[in-house]
Design a protein around this ligand. Structure first.
Ligand code: GCW
Length: 697
């Protein structure tokens, strides 16, 4: 081959090798020779100990992964053998595993199920990928939450609501005939971080998904996910009996409606024998539901639950409900609707609640329903896709947000009544437990758009498996697996990931501000925006006036605090003990209020916005320091996106400060850069065709 052609081929090969497709499952050769040799000697053989000791799709997936992984990481062949385990593996639960040395040259992965063995295989590979010692290898791990699910807001036409990584992964039109290899790779990625379920379709549901033709397609996807222990679920549109069945009603207490759903459930299980169940958005944002017939959420959920129960399916009934009700704060409504129903749901129903009472804002207090329905299993819904944190254009590592949500102490049953313990069922003794993350995946070659956004998928899975893990440690693990274990890379990228979410909070909605984004597409600032409904209008939330800023949710205001435990309400109800991060969520605070820094609110607000911009510049410096230490393709991509993020951050700062300055009538304090344009300029900014936007203008 002529030299130039060879060079071009080599470059092309290198470039495509680092396009992000392999995610954290890269298995590139470990360059540290001593380490590699040590691993190769210590892991010549892997023994999979399972209850049957027999082959199965999950076992062969584990074998394939170990073989490819070891070959890649170590350049050596590993022999994988099966053994029947002697008895229960203590501490491994149904899906967990234990890893231990067997003599000098083998490792045993013991599990109580084949899925557990697969999880163990991924754990062993992770162990090596992150360069941990294998000397005294002794790890036992089991998931704390039973169902760990990705919710895809994917539409049957291929678009993804709030999806920023291209079209849907599911190629409905060519299914069931063609099954892209991506389905397997998706399943591998999910299984490798401990996930075990996928809701394929958007909660703003299309009844077409429940027709035989589409069930056949869904069954084809289910078949690809199954070997990796990933169960398939679908969203269900409540009006399906009318739309598909030709019934005159969807009244959940109507025997014909019940019979229709029973027959539909039976049909689904004929296509997908291990179907997980339904996710339902009802009587929310225009979706049909039981209230259309004067029935309750419990009536609706129970009717579906009864249809699924004979097959072992569950209903995940969302609590994301709000209607314009004069005098009732939007953030109070779900609590008012759902708490009276506690104890009235079937055992195979979970009520699925977003982390905060509003809608996935950059920071929210925990949702007051957590702890308020002890007789009902409550699922936590987190948003992995960055609807309000810069889409897949801005870097926001969400591990800290997820951790903050999970560790929030509701105090409803004394100290330690954390959201995590409510969700995992341990606080109230529930056996059904669910955690869901709204996926950020799409057909982009690198799966998640921003080359660093896959860290959010990763962090969700790891925390869903074990909510006691630290999000900073998870960031480091992901960095090592996805980029490199070079200490400079680990330090710089680790710092970027750890700080990025707070940086986004600072330049967009600091100090508890919320819902001040642009209408509809939600990308960029819009505190002035005037949408139709009052509760879609930023002023409903920021309440800026000449006196001050923030929503009064104390007893003198909407009293949303009354929905929290007395301890929490007391602490948050007083500006002096309310965390400053939540101050403007709960209080209307005078512009000259003295903050803990000694500065007045206005000055502090300005400096927070500036800190956000400075934070992005720090991200840029950190990333630039990695030139030559990470591959050129991802380096250039992230560098370009950070440039855009810096511009976006300045726009947020300038637009919001100019807007709020109309009310505060105070100058910008020292240290805050003067705005580039006038307020009119920012108010006139119009973005078009922002990805992931339902109306798509
Ligand atoms: O966050 C809002 C989104 C909607 C979404 C809705 C929900 C799927 O803007 O796009 O609809 O929440 O969670 O149901």
């Amino acid at each position: 081959m002529p030299a130039m052609v060879a060079l071009a081929a080599a470059l092309a090969c290198r470039a495509s090798a680092e396009d992000g497709y392999r995610l954290w499952l890269r298995y590139d050769r470990i360059t540290d020779r001593a380490l590699r040799t040590g691993y190769a000697e210590g892991v010549q053989k892997v023994i999979l100990e399972t209850p049957t000791g027999a082959d199965s799709p999950a076992v062969s997936a584990a074998r394939a992964e170990l073989t490819a992984g070891m070959r890649g990481l170590l350049g050596s062949e590993v022999s994988v053998v099966l053994e029947k385990s002697a008895g229960q593996v203590a501490g491994a639960g149904a899906e967990g595993y234990s890893l231990a040395r067997r003599g000098d040259s083998a490792v045993a992965i013991a599990a109580n199920s084949d899925a557990g063995a697969l999880h163990g295989a991924f754990a062993l590979l992770r162990h090596l990928q992150t360069h941990r010692p294998i000397g005294g290898l002794a790890v036992t791990s089991a998931p704390r939450i039973q169902r760990r699910i990705l919710d895809h807001w994917d539409n049957l036409n291929g678009t993804v609501e709030r999806g920023y990584a291209g079209n849907s992964l599911w190629e409905w039109f060519v299914l069931p005939d063609y099954k892209t290899p991506r389905y397997r790779d998706y399943a591998r990625a999910c299984a490798s971080i401990g996930l075990n379920g996928s809701v394929l379709t958007n909660v703003n549901a299309d009844t077409l998904a429940l027709t035989p033709a589409y069930l056949e397609k869904a069954a084809a996807i289910a078949g690809e996910l199954r070997p990796y222990g990933i169960r398939t679920y679908l969203s269900a549109r409540f009006s399906a009996p009318i739309e598909l069945g030709g019934l005159r009603t969807d009244d959940p207490l109507d025997p014909a409606v019940m019979a229709w759903w029973r027959a539909k459930a039976d049909e689904i299980y004929r296509y997908i024998p291990d179907f997980g169940g339904f996710l339902v958005k009802a009587n929310s944002e225009g979706q049909p539901g039981p209230q259309d017939f004067g029935r309750t959420h419990a009536d609706g959920a129970n009717m579906l639950a009864d249809a699924l129960a004979p097959h072992g399916g569950i209903v995940m009934w969302r609590a994301f409900v709000y209607e314009v009700q004069p005098g009732v704060d939007r953030v109070k409504q779900a609590y008012r609707e759902f708490t009276p129903l506690d104890g009235r749901f079937r055992p195979n129903v979970v009520v699925q609640i977003k982390n905060g009472p509003l809608d996935f804002q950059p920071r929210e207090p925990f949702h007051p329903l957590f702890g308020a329905m002890p007789r009902t299993p409550l699922a936590l819904e987190l948003q992995i896709t960055q609807e309000y944190l810069g889409a897949s254009i801005q870097l926001a590592y969400l591990g800290p947000l997820f951790q903050e949500a999970l560790r929030s102490d509701t105090r409803t049953r004394g100290p330690g009544s954390t959201v995590a313990r409510i969700v995992d069922g341990s606080l109230d003794g529930h056996s059904l437990s669910v955690i869901a993350g709204v996926a950020n995946t799409g057909k982009d070659r690198n799966w998640t758009g921003h080359p660093l956004a896959a860290a959010n998928w990763y962090a969700f899975g790891r925390l869903a498996w074990d909510h006691t893990l630290d999000s900073g440690d998870i960031a480091e693990e992901w960095t090592r697996m996805t980029f490199s274990s070079d200490p400079d890379v680990v330090a710089a990228l680790g710092a970027m990931l750890r700080t990025s979410r707070e940086t986004v909070v600072n330049y967009s909605m600091p100090l508890g501000l919320h819902h001040i984004m642009a209408t509809d597409h939600h990308y960029g600032p819009g505190p002035w925006a005037a949408a139709g409904r009052p509760d879609w209008t930023p002023a409903y939330y920021h309440r800026a006036d000449e006196k001050g800023l923030g929503a009064d949710r104390t007893a003198t205001g909407t009293n949303a605090l009354e929905e929290y435990s007395p301890e929490v309400a007391r602490a948050w109800g007083d500006t002096s003990s309310c965390p400053e991060e939540l101050l403007l969520w709960f209080h209307h605070v005078p512009w000259d209020y003295r903050m803990r820094s000694g500065r007045i609110l206005w000055d502090e607000l300005c400096l927070r916005y500036q800190r956000g911009v400075d934070g992005v510049r720090q991200l840029q410096r950190d990333w630039d320091s990695l030139a030559g230490l990470v591959d050129g393709e991802r380096f250039a991509h992230v560098q370009a996106l950070l440039r855009r993020q810096e511009r976006d951050a300045r726009e947020w700062r300038d637009a919001c400060l100019l807007y709020f300055q109309q009310f505060s009538k105070r100058p910008l304090p020292g240290g805050v850069e003067p705005p580039e344009h006038t307020l009119d300029y920012y108010e006139a900014v119009q973005l078009h065709y922002v990805p992931g936007t339902p109306s798509g203008k």
